[in-house]
Design a protein around this ligand. Structure first.
Ligand code: FAD
Ligand code: SF4
Ligand code: SF4
Length: 467
C-alpha cells in the first residue's frame, strides 16, 4: 500500500499577525483534513506507536474510527486512558513520544497522531459546549463514600482525581493557587493552550463529583497529617516542580530580571496580557534576553514578543540540536523573529544608577564531551560580547517547592527535593502517594498524567487493604 510521505499540514495564524496577539497559533484540522491524515495510518498489528504513549492510548483504533467518520467512538477510545485529550493533543512532545515510533516516519513524516487527537477531542468539546451531547456520563459511577485528598491540580493531580472518581471515591483536590490547572494555566501561554479548554476539561471532572478547594496551600493552611485527621484515607501529592533556579551570576537581582515562572504566572494566571481589563503589573521590555533552551524559554520569549518587545534574544549555552524544547516551538519562535544566540552563556548583568538592568555580558561556548544527560557539555571560550537589554527572563529549570516535605515528618525526599517513591508512587509514609514533576523533576504533561493514572490504581489497591 502506498502512503503519502507528507502529513496533511495544519493551518496556522501567519507569523506577522500572531506575534501581535495571544490567540492560538495552530488552527486545527477540518473534518476532511483529519480523514485524509487518518488514511495515512497503516493500522499496524503490533501497534508500535502505542508503546511511545505514556498513557497507552489505542492509537490505531482511534485513528480507524476517525477514518470511518465515527468521531464519538474515536474520542471514547482516547478517553479510556487520557482524561485531557484537548490538552495532550496540543502540548505533548509527540515527535519524541508516539510519533517517534510510527513506522510511516521511516519513509516520510509520521502520522500526525497529536493533531488527530486534538481534532477529535475538539469535536467533542464543541458539541458538549453546544449541548449536542451530554456533558459527561456519571450514571455508571457507584459511589463508595471513601475520602481521598489530592494535593495540587496540575495534570498529575487532575488525572489521579479523575481515575479515583471513576472508581467511586469521594475526591477533594487542594490547590495553592486561586485557579486549578497547575502549569496548564500558570505556565503554558494562551497562544499554545487556550485557558477555556483547560477550564472545560476541569468542569468535566467536577461533573464527576470531584471537589476543588483553591487558595489551599498544603503545608501552610493544613498539613498532610491534618488531612488524615479530616478523614481522608489516602493522599496523593502532585505539587509539581515550580521553584525557579537562577544562575547566581553578578547583577541577577537587578530590577527587570524575572524568573520565567514569575513572568509567565503574571501574564497567564494573573492575566497581565489583557491590558486594561486586569491591572497585574508586568514589565513590557523593548529588548528582552531570555536564558534557556526548553519549552519554558520558548514560551517566555514568544510571550515577551506579544507584550510588545522589539527584540527578543534567546540565549542558550549549547546548540539548537541539544535544545530540549519541542521542535515545533523552536520553529514557531524563529518564524516570529526571536533571535537565537546559541553556544552563548550570560556571565554578568549590568544595571543603571536606579538599579534597572541595561546590559547582559555573554561568553561564547563550544561543545565538549557528553555529560550525564548524554548531551555534549558546553565549554567556555575566552570570547565575550554584550547585548543592550531592559529585561531578562531566566528559564534554566525548576526544582520542587519544599513546603510539604518540610512539614511532613517521615516523608523521604532526594537531595534535590523530589519525593522518593516506588514504581507505584508509594512514599515512605503509608497512605501517602506522589507522582508527576514532584517525583521525576520537570518532565511533560503526559508523563505527569501517566503517573497520576498509575497511582490511582495503587491508591485503590491500598484502600482495599484497609477494609
Ligand atoms: P504542575 O503542573 O506543576 O501542578 C502542580 C500544582 O500543585 C500547581 O497548581 C501548584 O500550584 C500546586 N501546588 C504546589 N504546591 C502546593 C501545595 N503545597 N499545596 C497545594 N497545591 C500546591 N510539558 C509538555 O508536555 N509540553 C509542553 O509543551 C510543556 N510546556 C511547558 C511550558 C512551561 C512554561 C512549563 C513551566 C512547563 C511545560 N511543560 C510542558 C511541562 C509540564 O507542564 C509539566 O511537566 C506538568 O505540568 C507537570 O504536572 P504536575 O501535575 O506534576 O505539576
Ligand atoms: Fe501521543 Fe500524547 Fe496522545 Fe499519547 S497522549 S498518543 S503521546 S499525543
Ligand atoms: Fe498507524 Fe503509525 Fe501507529 Fe502504524 S505506527 S498504527 S502507521 S500511527
Amino acid at each position: 500500500m502506498s502512503v503519502d510521505k507528507n502529513a496533511v499540514p495544519m493551518r496556522e495564524q501567519p507569523p506577522e499577525e500572531r506575534k501581535k496577539n495571544f490567540n492560538e497559533v495552530p488552527l486545527g484540522y477540518s473534518e476532511e483534513e483529519a480523514i485524509l491524515e487518518a488514511n495515512r495510518c497503516l493500522q499496524c498489528k503490533h501497534k508500535p506507536c502505542v508503546s511511545g504513549c505514556p498513557v497507552n492510548i489505542d492509537i490505531p483504533a482511534f485513528i480507524k474510527a476517525i477514518r470511518e467518520k465515527e468521531f464519538q467512538k474515536a474520542i471514547d477510545i482516547i478517553h479510556e486512558t487520557d482524561f485531557l485529550p484537548c490538552i495532550t493533543g496540543r502540548v505533548c512532545p509527540q515527535e519524541e513520544q508516539c510519533q517517534a515510533q510510527c513506522v510511516v516516519g521511516k519513509i516520510g513524516e509520521p502520522v500526525s497522531i497529536g493533531r488527530l487527537e486534538r481534532f477529535v477531542a475538539d469535536w467533542e468539546m464543541e458539541r458538549k459546549i453546544k449541548g449536542l451531547i451530554p456533558k459527561s456520563s456519571t450514571n455508571d459511577i457507584v459511589k463508595n463514600g471513601i475520602k481521598v485528598a489530592i494535593v495540587g491540580s496540575g495534570p498529575a493531580g487532575l488525572t489521579c482525581a479523575g481515575e479515583l472518581a471513576k472508581k467511586g471515591y469521594d475526591v477533594t483536590i487542594f490547590e495553592g493557587f486561586h485557579e486549578p490547572g497547575g502549569v496548564l494555566v500558570y505556565g503554558i501561554p494562551e497562544f499554545r493552550l487556550p485557558k477555556s479548554i483547560v477550564k472545560a476539561e476541569i468542569e468535566s471532572l467536577k461533573e464527576m463529583g470531584v471537589k476543588i478547594i483553591t487558595n489551599a496551600l498544603i503545608g501552610r493552611v493544613l498539613t498532610i497529617e491534618d488531612l488524615f485527621h479530616q478523614g481522608f484515607k489516602a493522599i496523593f501529592i502532585g505539587t509539581g516542580a515550580g521553584l525557579p533556579k537562577f544562575m547566581n551570576i553578578p547583577g541577577e537581582n537587578l530590577n527587570g530580571i524575572y524568573s520565567a515562572n514569575e513572568f509567565l504566572t503574571r501574564v497567564n494566571l494573573m492575566k497581565a496580557y489583557l491590558e486594561g481589563e486586569y491591572d497585574t503589573p508586568v514589565l513590557r521590555g523593548r529588548k528582552v534576553a531570555v536564558i534557556g533552551g526548553g519549552n519554558v524559554a520558548m514560551d517566555a520569549a514568544r510571550t515577551a514578543l506579544r507584550l510588545g518587545a522589539e527584540d527578543v534574544y534567546l540565549i542558550y549555552r549549547r546548540t539548537e540540536e541539544e535544545m530540549p524544547a519541542r521542535i515545533e516551538e523552536v520553529h514557531h519562535a524563529k518564524e516570529e523573529g526571536i533571535k537565537f544566540y546559541t553556544l552563548t552563556n550570560p556571565v554578568k548583568y549590568v544595571g543603571n544608577e536606579n538599579g534597572f538592568v541595561k546590559k547582559v555580558v555573554c561568553q561564547k561556548m563550544t561543545l565538549g564531551e557528553p555529560d550525564e544527560s548524554g548531551r555534549r557539555s558546553p565549554v567556555p571560550l575566552e570570547e565575550y560580547f554584550t547585548l543592550e537589554i531592559d529585561e531578562a527572563i531566566v528559564a534554566i529549570g525548576t526544582t520542587p517547592n519544599p513546603i510539604i516535605s518540610k512539614t511532613t515528618p517521615g516523608l523521604k525526599v532526594k537531595k534535590n527535593g523530589e519525593i522518593e517513591t516506588d514504581e507505584w508512587g508509594r512514599t515512605s509514609i503509608p497512605g501517602v502517594f506522589a507522582g508527576g514533576d514532584i517525583v521525576t523533576g520537570a518532565a511533560t504533561v503526559v508523563t505527569a498524567m501517566g503517573a497520576g493514572r498509575k497511582v490511582a490504581f495503587a491508591i485503590d489497591e491500598y484502600i482495599k487493604t484497609l477494609k
